[in-house]
Every structure is written in structure tokens, then in C-alpha cells.
Design a protein around this ligand. Structure first.
Ligand code: FES
Length: 118
């Protein structure tokens, strides 16, 4: 089963639909595929609502990573934006944002990994 799903966030069964107001419907890209989300959501929320669970890979073990603590502590949710690693659970989604899965080979990722595992 693929970890990526092109389903629209606006029709996701994971979303609460009653008694809630949302921001503007926007589009973003993850690994070159287009998805939708709502303004005001975090990247992690946008990815999860689009049924994306794989956010990147552990720089040491190569194991897949995704949302874990959802409060900016574990860094399991790191994704790449403009060649910078950001915590998907802390960074807001925005119109046209281009996001990539965190990769093992980027210098930032390697530096971050060596700093967090000492
Ligand atoms: S899920 Fe732990 S820092 Fe984002």
C-alpha cells in the first residue's frame, strides 16, 4: 500500500466537519504532488488530512519517520522546505508551499542528526 494518497484534504474523513470554522482552502505540494489544506493548519495537519504518514527518514537508521509528539520536541516530523529542515508539527502550511520528505543525505539533516544524538 502506498503511503501517499492524492485525496483532497477537504473531503478527508479524518477532518471534523461539524461546528468548526476553517481558513481558506489552499493548495500545496509534497514531493511534487499537489494537495489541498486549510489556511491556519500546520504542515503536519495538512499532510495527515491528506493521508500522508511518511514525512521523511531517520538520518541514522534510515527508518521512515512521521508525526509522533506533535508538539515540537521529537523532530520525527522533519520535512524540507527550500532546503531547510522544519518541524512539520510547528510550521504553518501556506498557499503554494513546496514541501519534500526529509532526506538522509542533506547537510542540514546530517548536522541535525549528529547534534541530537550526542
Ligand atoms: S512530531 Fe515531534 S517535533 Fe513534530
Amino acid at each position: 500500500m502506498s503511503l501517499l494518497n492524492k485525496k483532497s484534504a477537504s473531503s478527508s474523513p479524518l477532518r471534523i466537519t461539524r461546528n468548526i470554522s476553517r481558513g481558506e482552502l489552499i493548495e500545496f505540494e509534497f514531493n511534487h504532488q499537489k494537495y489541498s489544506a486549510y489556511s491556519g493548519e500546520t504542515i503536519a495537519t495538512a499532510l495527515m488530512a491528506n493521508n500522508i504518514r511518511l514525512f521523511g527518514f531517520n538520518p541514522v537508521s534510515g527508518e521512515p519517520q512521521g508525526l509522533f509528539c506533535a508538539m515540537g520536541v521529537c523532530q520525527q516530523c522533519l520535512v524540507l522546505i527550500n532546503d531547510h529542515l522544519v518541524e512539520a508539527c510547528q510550521y504553518p502550511i501556506s498557499q503554494g508551499l513546496k514541501i519534500f520528505a526529509g532526506k538522509i543525505s542533506t547537510p542540514q539533516y546530517t548536522t541535525l542528526a549528529s547534534n541530537t544524538h550526542n
